[in-house]
Design a protein. Structure first.
Length: 91
C-alpha cells in the first residue's frame, strides 16, 4: 500500500481535505487496472458503506470509489476506518 494525501469529494457536499489514504493498485495485466484502500475519518463525518467518493490524490491522479465497509472501534470512538474500492481507473 502506498500512502498519499487526498481530497475526498462526497455526494452530500461535506468534502474531506488533506486526508491520508493508503492505496493499493492491482496488476493491470488482469484486465482493467483497479485500486482499493483505506483511510481513517472522524466518526462525526458519518461515512456509510456503499457511499460514493471522488478522490484527488497528491500525485494529481483522480478516481471514483465506493465505500466497501467501515470499522468503528469503541476504544477509539472519534475515528472510523473506511475501506473503499475504485470504480474507475485512477487517471
Amino acid at each position: 500500500m502506498a500512502s498519499h494525501m487526498a481530497s475526498i469529494g462526497r455526494s452530500n457536499r461535506k468534502d474531506l481535505a488533506q486526508v491520508e489514504v493508503q492505496v493499493t493498485l492491482a496488476d493491470p495485466k488482469t484486465g482493467h487496472p483497479s485500486w482499493s484502500g483505506e483511510f481513517v475519518s472522524r466518526s462525526a463525518d458519518g461515512i456509510l458503506p456503499n457511499e460514493r467518493l471522488a478522490f484527488t490524490l497528491d500525485t494529481g491522479q483522480k478516481g471514483t470509489a465506493r465505500v466497501s465497509e467501515t470499522h468503528f472501534d469503541s476504544r477509539t470512538p472519534a475515528a472510523t476506518l473506511v475501506h473503499f474500492t475504485g470504480l474507475s481507473p485512477l487517471a
